[in-house]
Write a protein that binds this ligand. Structure first.
Ligand code: AMP
Length: 216
């Protein structure tokens, strides 16, 4: 099963992708995570991407398509994948369709996690994650069970994404509406699109996504 999660920044794509990955034995393909790994490694792509990410803009289609093309051909993706953060433009969506058809594969579900613009800043600026294992938290919506201790690994150091600040979020939201939202009619036309209510709590969103997957 191959799934694509769409939605604005802060909609919970990463959180839900991790849950699906575990529940259905799929591979999460997050281009944001791949780019952050490239930044940390200090590679040329990472250096170029960092400036763009910090501005809340989109990295070039050519770079992103090449990155996904290489990753999606990895044997671990044969069991099925969840795309989170790619495609973000029509050019990326068209390239993905081509890539998948060359591999004789397709997207089984495209799920939009709908979120009102008004809550995006609160969602994003409250996010943090465990510096050791990467488990994501939120200061208001998903606190660690024991203050200052990661539920998953017991770690006590946390970090925030540099681009999770109010100013950058505004640009990221603009980029979403201008460049990524046009993918909704694109996938609507293909018949694969469903929507879930991203304003609901995390478990409820998972439940709605599971219902979409079961209905097919
Ligand atoms: P994310 O973790 O998905 O929020 O992505 C963080 C940042 O990485 C975005 O704001 C973009 O600058 C960049 N990025 C991630 N995925 C893509 C993509 N598919 N196309 C262009 N830029 C991307």
């Amino acid at each position: 099963m191959n799934v694509l999660l769409l939605g604005p920044p802060g909609a919970g794509k990463g959180t839900q992708a991790k849950r699906l990955e575990e529940a259905h034995d799929l591979v999460q393909l997050s281009t944001g995570d791949m780019l952050r790994a490239a930044v940390t490694s200090g590679s040329e792509i990472g250096k170029q991407a960092q400036v763009i990410i910090d501005r809340g803009e989109l990295v070039s289609d050519g770079t992103m398509i090449a990155m996904i093309r290489e990753r999606i051909q990895n044997p671990d993706c044969m069991k099925g994948f969840i795309l989170d953060g790619f495609p973000r433009t029509t050019a990326q969506a068209v390239a993905l369709d081509l890539m998948l058809s060359e591999m004789d594969r397709r997207l089984d579900h495209v799920i939009e996690i709908k979120l009102d613009d008004g809550v995006v800043v609160e969602r994003i600026t409250g996010r943090f994650s465990c510096a050791n294992c990467g488990t994501g938290y939120h200061a208001k919506f998903k606190k660690p069970k024991r203050k200052g201790i990661c539920d998953a690994c017991g770690g006590s150091e946390f970090s925030r994404r540099k681009d999770d600040n109010a100013e950058t979020v505004t640009s990221r939201l603009e980029a979403y509406h201008r460049q990524t939202a046009p993918l909704l009619p694109y996938y609507q036309a293909s018949g694969a699109l469903s929507g879930v209510n991203g304003m609901a709590d995390i478990d409820e969103v998972t439940h709605q996504i599971e219902s979409v997957l079961e209905a097919a």
